[in-house]
Design a protein around this ligand. Sequence first.
Ligand SMILES: NC(=O)c1ccc[n+]([C@@H]2O[C@H](COP(=O)([O-])OP(=O)(O)OC[C@H]3O[C@@H](n4cnc5c(N)ncnc54)[C@H](O)[C@@H]3O)[C@@H](O)[C@H]2O)c1
Length: 273
Amino acid sequence: MTESLRRGAADGAAQAGEQSSRPVAAITGGGSGIGAATARELSSRGYHVVITDLDESACVRVADELQHAEASQLDVTDPQAVTAIAESVHRRLGRLDVWVSNAGISHMAPFTEVTLEELRRTLAVNLEAVFWCGQAAARVMRRSGRGGTIINTASMAGKQGRVPFLSDYVASKFGVVGLTQAMAYELAGDGIRVNSVCPGYVATPMQERELAWEGALRGVPTDEVQALWVADTPMRRLETPEDVARVIAFLAGPDAGFITGEAIAVNGGAFMD
Ligand SMILES: NC(=O)c1ccc[n+]([C@@H]2O[C@H](COP(=O)([O-])OP(=O)(O)OC[C@H]3O[C@@H](n4cnc5c(N)ncnc54)[C@H](O)[C@@H]3O)[C@@H](O)[C@H]2O)c1
């Protein structure tokens, strides 16, 4: 248990079974980029946020910025650990209102060069883990009888494969969009809404890595790659993590109360479907 988790648990909802007065949202991959922005956005809207990440120090740092926040190390590819977090949140805080499956990875390679190990790793983190997390969250939400909301971070690359050097990533994100629909269909009767967000070119550490890879693979400087991505975006700027976080918060809240099974594009017009 981290210092932040103790602090979060101490500020109003420490007792097992005692219901948090605030809605509770859990986020995976919350230590960086879109996940960290989502934790901040949901916190500013009054949620108690449970920030999880493979990188413990990263999620602790984000939780330490916020009130009513706790951090916990979590590898989303471990179904038992995922279940343990969902159950522990519900046991300690008495509710789990929102689950954001956001953790994801990417790497770039020409389609014919992707190894079996790389393919399996991408699918394990980006798709299978969304399955495990959704199951764990939905079981708790169903048992509570009060419904809930699940949001999966897919991608613009979950709607179009016209993306260079990301074939395994594209396969995983198309999978997330389909899985989101199947979950939404089965869970609607339990009052659980499930949607995904499809961001475009978001300025995060993942993007920094992709700029370097694509530059190397194309043999062009990274600022040229970045200029291409901006030119590909009709709104003519890179997307910010906050652009995505605000849409996740909208999907989590009552204004989206009759939206389920959707894959919401948040990309400045870079791909319209
Ligand atoms: N940045 C973009 O342009 C972009 C565009 C579309 C979709 N996305 C998606 O948004 C999500 C967040 O991406 P980001 O850009 O903020 O990336 P990021 O690399 O900044 O953050 C991802 C976080 O996920 C964590 N993570 C990785 N593997 C994990 C695992 N096995 N278990 C738990 N946590 C793990 C990392 O430690 C990191 O903190 C990902 O699903 C990504 O595919 C990003």
